[in-house]
Write a protein that binds this ligand. Structure first.
Ligand code: ADP
Ligand code: ASP
Ligand code: MG
Length: 399
């Protein structure tokens, strides 16, 4: 008898009607003989609604209190789902992070799961209960509620799968992983499987279908992650080690875009590696994720340094920078899209960047910053060029 960990995202439990439907699906799985643990997200847009409530009180809500507030979304959906299952005649129990001992470390709003005491889950399964877990939340070393970052319920599900050695299934509003976000590009194609490394890049670069840390966990503990449509038999996508270097095939597996970053330029900074090291060290220790760092050649012993940061960290980033540099030497550009092509095939194919830049040049798409890894190329482009860039890359790399 396998232990199956199923995760249902916000849109799948968006109404009480949908919660009842999910309850039936869970029960059918239970009827097949599996032990079922379910991780749920908050109903529909509940998390956004809670953020808006906090913002109606203050522009800069206290982080501890904000996490306490946001964690309530998943408490509502998990209790309702347990009620729905019980109403259908099966035994179920819902647990919060506190009740399960989901220990976290790190900052509010982006904490990391340190450990989970899986005993309670196993005991409840042994008592023939369906276990429902509130996703996205944990308890830190001070006993405070923390959240894992937007989309973090995926990570709760994979972490539980690791601890109970279960099968992990993520159910959402799309029937698998596509090579481009199907909401953006109607000709996107579904993938049967995708390698952890590729999925991790796509998720970190804007494919919000999976929380990137859930992929890191899956890769680290070698847990395959199935992604599929809620309440449906349509075959989805497996995220696993694919071990396929695309011998015949495409250098590019997928495209990811993100409008959630801004680019920051520090102008006329003295050429001094100590200053740069201090700036990045302070941003890093405040858990502000810096990406796409680039620097101009020195002129009169001064350089301009640019990088991107998540929009949500804008205020914190600005106040940290002001400790090092005058306000009028900081410029911020909000009109950027981070556009990435990703593929393990790039490891064994040369000239991919050249093809990308040639097509962009021929179509007047201006590239502002570029970063690469072994399996991806990321450019910052103007937001208005995003759709054109997707179509051009899909055509160029036969996606
Ligand atoms: P949930 O609420 O179930 O966690 P999310 O909204 O977080 O769902 O993720 C599902 C959405 O991710 C889809 O509706 C889809 O538009 C988007 N998405 C982005 N990139 C991809 C991709 N490459 N493949 C599939 N879906 C993607
Ligand atoms: N409810 C949280 C969010 O909206 C967590 C999640 O959906 O996974 O970000
Ligand atoms: Mg999600």
């Amino acid at each position: 008898m396998a232990i199956v960990i199923q995760k249902y995202g916000g849109s799948s439990v968006g109404t009480t009607e949908k919660i009842r439907k999910v309850a039936q699906t869970i029960i059918s799985r239970r009827e097949k003989g599996d032990k079922v643990v379910v991780v749920v997200s908050a109903m529909g847009d509940a998390t956004d609604d809670l953020i808006n409530l906090a913002k109606a009180i203050t522009d800069n809500p206290d982080k501890r209190e904000l996490d306490a507030l946001l964690s309530t979304g998943e408490m509502v959906s998990s209790s309702l789902l347990a009620m729905a299952i019980k109403a259908l005649g099966y035994d179920a129990v819902s647990y919060t992070a506190y009740q399960l001992g989901i220990k976290t470390t790190g900052n509010y709003g982006k904490s990391l799961i340190d450990d989970i005491n899986e005993t309670k889950i196993k005991d409840s399964l042994d008592e023939d209960k369906i276990v429902i877990v509130a996703g996205f939340q944990g308890i830190n070393e001070d006993g405070d509620i923390t959240t894992l970052g937007r989309g973090g319920s995926d990570t709760t599900a994979v972490a539980i799968a690791v601890k109970v050695k279960g099968i992990c299934e993520i159910y959402t509003d799309v029937d698998g992983i596509y090579n481009v976000d199907p909401r953006l590009y109607k000709n996107a194609k579904k993938l049967d499987s995708i390698d952890y490394e590729e999925m991790l890049e796509l998720a970190s670069l804007g494919a919000q279908v999976m929380h990137s840390r859930s992929i890191e966990l899956g890769q680290k503990y070698r847990i395959p992650i199935y992604v599929g449509l809620s309440n449906s038999d349509i075959k989805g996508t497996i995220i696993k080690e694919v071990n396929n270097m695309n011998m015949e095939g495409k250098p590019v597996t997928g495209v990811a875009t993100s409008d959630d970053d801004i680019s920051v330029t520090l102008k006329e900074l003295a050429v001094d590696i100590n200053i740069l090291a201090d700036i990045f060290d302070t941003l890093g220790s405040n858990k502000i994720n810096i990406d796409m760092i680039s620097q101009t050649a020195p002129f009169n012993n001064k350089v301009n340094v640019s990088f991107t940061v998540p929009k949500d960290d804008l205020n914190e980033c600005r106040s940290i920078l002001l400790n090092f540099i005058e306000e009028n030497n900081i410029s911020m550009d909000t009109d950027i899209t981070k556009f990435s092509i990703v593929g393990i095939g790039m490891k064994s194919t040369s000239g991919v960047a050249a093809r990308m830049f040639k097509v962009f040049k021929e179509n007047n798409i201006t590239v502002k910053m570029i970063t690469t890894s072994e399996i991806r190329i990321t450019c910052s482009i103007k937001k208005e060029d995003k759709m054109k860039a997707i179509e051009l890359m899909a055509e160029e790399f036969n996606l």
